[in-house]
Design a protein around this ligand. Sequence first.
Ligand SMILES: Nc1ncnc2c1ncn2[C@@H]1O[C@H](COP(=O)(O)OP(=O)(O)OP(=O)(O)O)[C@@H](O)[C@H]1O
Ligand SMILES: [Mg+2]
Length: 241
Amino acid sequence: MSLGVRLEGVSVGFGRGGRGAPVVAGVDAEFAEGSFTALLGPSGCGKSTLLNAVAGFVRPTAGGVTVGGAPVTGPGPDRGVVFQQYALFPWLSARGNVEFALKRLGLPRSERRRRALDALAEVGLAEGAEKRPGELSGGMQQRVALARALAAEPEVLLMDEPFGALDPLTRGRMQELLTGLWRRAGTTVLFVTHDLDEALALAQRVLVLGGSPGRVLADHPVPAGGPDPGLRARVAAHLGA
Ligand SMILES: Nc1ncnc2c1ncn2[C@@H]1O[C@H](COP(=O)(O)OP(=O)(O)OP(=O)(O)O)[C@@H](O)[C@H]1O
Ligand SMILES: [Mg+2]
């Protein structure tokens, strides 16, 4: 199952009750059900702010976000979030971290456990289920964070530079894992990155954000067979603008 996401005239300001200078202004974007889009842009252009508005952690000062046609008023189990910093509880095992995220769904304990173990198996971490984050590598911790987001079976997966802290080899493996998961589950994915090559390798579409306040500078579809040689240069040109 997946749901489409729509941003309509989204502006966000911080400070003075949201009346501070806007960080992003008038952002319109639509993400089709089951699509995989990269949100690409330089540091500080408002990528996390927009993703957090979709997640329901940040309230737009103008405009609004809908998921499956329903207005976003706060976080919900239809949207799973993976943060750049894995944000795991160090005192809980991998399984405990995933189960914790399922608590708000009101599932019985046995069902939470089953779902947590399934999600960990799905990201290739069945063996590490009882280990604590401190006993796991960075890539493994990021797998736990991904399992935690997937276990609630969200319709929309929101990822904020999830692989930024990983070494290139692990990063490549995580990218493959994510692509495989997305192909199987058909979840709508919004993937924030400032890495052009990562955006082109993963996504069906690259939305370039930039400016101050941040806005959509360009919207590039990525051909199914991979980017053509000119695409990288065209996206890079917008990124540099
Ligand atoms: N809670 C907040 N309070 C005040 N200002 C904020 C807050 N969150 C973000 N900002 C400001 O909004 C701007 C955009 O921040 P945001 O984190 O969305 O950028 P980003 O594109 O995700 O950058 P990066 O690539 O570095 O993660 C920045 O100038 C930042 O300082
Ligand atoms: Mg950010």
